[in-house]
Design a protein around this ligand. Structure first.
Ligand code: GRF
Length: 217
């Protein structure tokens, strides 16, 4: 069965693009039903529109509370009957109600090896900390910010002359592979959540730089 996805994004949308490419190439049996943004000029909205995908901006300033906004967008999202809600650079903290509504079918990508460097500017945090390794993580979303059960992680080295830009670029290459892979596994019903642990059934564990190993990307 085709997996219905709703994507929430605030920025340029390169992860959305990677997901859409994977769908177009037939690697993920899914349909992006809606791309929703809290930013009027999000590149992600353009990417969706150009592909004929429904793309909507909802202005948070029209709502008095975060909760009010989130309840409103939850209703819009529910109408699409999503199997999975995908946060792809959605730069807004979600209210507890929103997270409860989509529990177990809400995923995020974060540009670090969580639990290290949670929150904004994770790449800059890693550089300033002097870390030698960082990476990217796809995880289920829980009420702890950037810290739910981990599906897949990929590592990247930090080089002495790295800038925030060069490091972000290196991490992004990994993001564009692990996010479509995690979504494919979800849609293929291979993810089993046991408390904080996610098991990808039938996956190969134990190799680097990406664990569990990529199969399709
Ligand atoms: C990515 O680095 C992602 O990890 C973070 O926000 C950025 C979004 O980039 N959550 P893009 O909009 O997908 O290009």
């Amino acid at each position: 069965m085709t997996c219905n996805l709703v994507v929430l994004a605030s920025g340029r949308g390169s992860n959305l693009k990677a997901i859409l490419n994977a769908i177009e190439e037939g690697k993920i049996n899914a349909n992006v039903k809606l791309v929703l943004s809290n930013k009027k000029n999000a590149g992600a909205l353009e990417i969706a529109k150009n592909k004929g995908i429904k793309a909507k901006f909802f202005d948070p300033s029209f709502f008095e509370t975060r909760r009010g906004y989130d309840i409103y967008i939850s209703e819009i999202i529910k109408k699409e009957n999503p199997d999975l809600v995908v946060l792809a650079g959605y730069m807004r903290i979600l209210s507890d109600e929103f997270i409860d509504t989509f529990e177990g079918k809400l995923v995020n990508i974060h540009p670090s090896l969580i639990p290290a460097f949670q929150g904004i500017k994770a790449q800059k945090q890693a550089l300033e900390y002097g870390a030698k390794i960082t990476g990217a993580t796809v995880h289920f979303v829980t009420k702890e910010l950037d810290n739910g059960p981990i599906i897949i992680q990929g590592v990247v080295p930090i080089l002495p002359d790295d800038t925030e830009e060069s490091l972000s670029k290196r991490i992004l290459e990994i993001e564009h592979r692990i996010y479509p892979q995690a979504i494919k596994w979800f849609c293929d019903k291979r993810l089993k959540i046991e408390g904080r642990k996610v098991i990808v059934e039938g996956a190969k564990y134990g190799s680097l730089p990406i664990n569990p190993s990529l199969e399709d990307f």
